[in-house]
Design a protein around this ligand. Structure first.
Ligand code: ADP
Length: 269
């Protein structure tokens, strides 16, 4: 009897091992598939701007004698804009890697909401040149505990999207106000908004709304980074469509610190 039991136990263990191996093989195959899809997508995103740069630079050299100065200026403009886009894309990839490896350690210090909004607007000035921008700040907002670099990046990504997905000439609004123990910061635009089924999924990395204009080049990383950064500062970020009108609204909620945060110099030491 003991022998029969031992045989059965051995058989059962064998089956469990087989099932586990099969599961691991499938997982490995899925990981490989995702990795290769990721590499294809990244290579494509790197190649598109590079092709423009190469094309413009080649024209500048080979046809130099025949080009008038506005045409040369336009070609140089393309080179700079596309290089800028490449730079931002690589920045996004690095931010995402930092987030996922757990290497992201926010350096929080006392920050004035208006200062961060100002800094983000300044950095996005060129991108926002075709839009009207309004800032509505509630007076006497409390100091927040923020990592200025991360938070500026969050606002920059939201402004970049607003400029990308809302038509030229339309209004982009940034509003900040206190609600209970939180400060809410909103970025609103007058674009087409987000299809209901995508409102939550747009925060997933590489998720882009199906059928959206292909000229609006993007990586699908911007909002995933926004959410990662905001959560690292104990906040939340959500998307919705504006109830009163047209367009999307992104709402960041940040806790008002119970104890006033230290200014940057003291927080660093
Ligand atoms: P990207 O803009 O590079 O595609 P994001 O992560 O920033 O990546 O955004 C993901 C998707 O969410 C976009 O592709 C777009 O479909 C949608 N989206 C983002 N911001 C807006 C907006 N302000 N209005 C409408 N759709 C938006």
């Amino acid at each position: 009897l003991m022998d029969a039991l031992a045989d059965q136990a051995a058989l059962a263990i064998e089956r469990v091992n087989l099932a586990r191996d099969l599961h691991l093989t499938r997982l490995q195959a899925e990981t490989d598939r995702l990795r290769s899809a990721l590499l294809t997508s990244i290579s494509h995103d790197l190649r598109t701007p590079l092709a423009s740069i190469l094309g413009s630079a080649t024209s500048l050299r080979s046809q130099d004698a025949f080009l008038d100065s506005p045409t040369k200026e336009a070609l140089l403009g393309t080179i700079i804009d596309e290089a800028d886009r490449l730079n931002r894309f690589i920045g996004n990839l690095l931010d995402m890697t930092r987030l996922e490896s757990g290497a992201l350690k926010p350096r929080v210090s006392a920050a004035e909401v208006s200062d961060v909004i100002g800094a983000a607007l300044q950095r996005a000035a060129k991108i926002l040149a075709q839009h009207r921008v309004e800032v509505h700040l509630q007076p006497n907002l409390p100091m927040l505990a923020l990592d200025m670099v991360l938070f500026e990046q969050v606002l920059f990504n939201l402004l970049d999207n607003a400029a990308k997905y809302a038509p030229a000439g339309s209004l982009i609004t940034i509003a900040a106000g206190r609600e209970g123990d939180s400060v809410l910061i909103r970025v609103m635009d007058e674009g087409d908004g987000i299809p209901a089924g995508d409102v939550e999924r747009i925060f997933e990395k590489f998720h882009r709304v199906e059928g959206s204009d292909r000229r609006r080049v993007g990586t699908g990383l911007g909002l995933a980074i926004c959410r990662g950064f905001v959560e690292a500062m104990d906040g939340t970020i959500t998307a919705a469509n504006r109830s009163g009108g047209k367009g999307a609204v992104f709402t960041i909620t940040l806790p008002v610190p119970a104890i006033p945060p230290l200014p940057a110099e003291e927080a660093a030491s």
